[in-house]
Design a binder for this molecule. Structure first.
Ligand code: SAM
Length: 303
């Protein structure tokens, strides 16, 4: 008997794309930032690895290009893009992270590159309005959204002393419930669909969108955030170009050496204590898209 799989009508089909592996954690995150970033950036609970931001910018843009991060956090994408000679603009909802990113850009960049780099407070869902004149001219969007799971900055000393593991004001990036760090399930999907549509609107024809996510577990079930990202980005009009595995384990003598954070170790221990078959995830997924031209004029203009 022949069986056929019913078509998945909820999400567009996913084409097969090339797969690459980038070893971006040969040195630890702390070491990658040491002596370059302000120590205060450690308060942000979900920063991108500087080496990963740098590699994405180097691969998918050219000097002088405009790079945008609509969920900018402490501005890792912006700092690394500026150091590679790109113009950079970020958007971040939470005033505290905007201030920290601004201070960090002041600290890391010299006058010339600082003038070409900025962060604005606003909602990524209204990216076109927040970017104003820059909308339609962005060459590359690099971003890492909240992962639809709990995030917080670890305060190990406070925890050992009997306090909270994470200070309340760092849980899910903000005490403001409008922050997408708090969104889960359909609300999260809807918000991310709006953000990818906004990214499509601000990119020039032929520009690229690169999204960094990690598949997480919640109540024993895996959230396939990379797959969801591909579906949402294709739904917003993007072409899916490639998938990169960004290794968070170091390669030593041909073996992988995992470097779990204290947060990850604690989360996995809690899950296993509840009987959930959790394992350490030692990579992030980097999904790469392009914004195809949609009109004959755009086709002629696209590089
Ligand atoms: C995973 S973090 C990005 C971190 C960033 N890549 C870095 O290295 O610092 C996601 C960020 O999105 C911000 N955010 C959440 N909802 C937002 C929204 N609607 N508009 C803009 N930023 C938002 C959060 O405050 C958080 O800083």
């Amino acid at each position: 008997m022949t069986t056929t799989t019913p078509p998945n009508t909820s999400h567009p089909a996913r084409p097969e794309v090339p797969l690459a592996i980038w070893p971006v954690a040969q040195s630890t995150a702390q070491w990658q930032r040491a002596g370059r970033y302000l120590p205060g950036v450690a308060r942000h609970p979900g920063k991108m690895l500087p080496e990963l931001a740098r590699r994405i910018v180097a691969e998918y843009s050219a000097p002088g290009d405009l790079v945008c991060d609509p969920l900018a956090g402490i501005g890792t994408t912006l700092a690394e893009a500026a150091l590679l000679g790109r113009r950079a603009v970020g958007v971040e909802l939470d005033e505290r992270w905007v201030t920290l990113a601004t201070d960090n850009l002041d600290h890391m960049l010299d006058g010339a590159s600082r003038c070409l780099t900025g962060i604005r407070q606003g909602d990524a869902r209204q990216l076109q309005d927040v970017l104003g004149d820059l909308a339609g001219t962005v060459d590359l969007v690099v971003t890492s959204p909240p992962y639809g799971c709990d995030a917080g900055m670890i305060d190990k000393q406070a925890w050992i002393a009997g306090g909270r593991l994470c200070p309340a004001d760092t849980l899910n990036y903000s005490t403001d419930k409008a922050n997408l760090g708090h969104a889960r399930g359909p609300a999260y999907e809807q918000a991310m669909a709006e953000i990818y549509a906004a990214c499509h609107a601000v990119l020039r024809p032929g520009g690229h969108l690169v999204v960094v996510t990690k598949n997480t577990r919640r109540k024993g079930r895996t959230l396939d955030l990379a797959g969801l990202t591909v579906s949402l980005a294709i739904g917003a009009g993007f072409s899916y170009l490639g998938h990169v595995i960004a290794l968070h384990a170091a390669i030593r003598d041909g073996d992988l050496v995992a470097r779990p954070s204290y947060w990850q170790t604690t989360q996995i221990r809690h899950a296993r204590a509840k009987g959930e078959p959790a394992h350490l995830v030692a990579h992030e997924d980097v999904t790469v898209f392009s914004r195809p031209p949609t009109t004959r004029e755009e086709t002629a203009d696209a590089r």
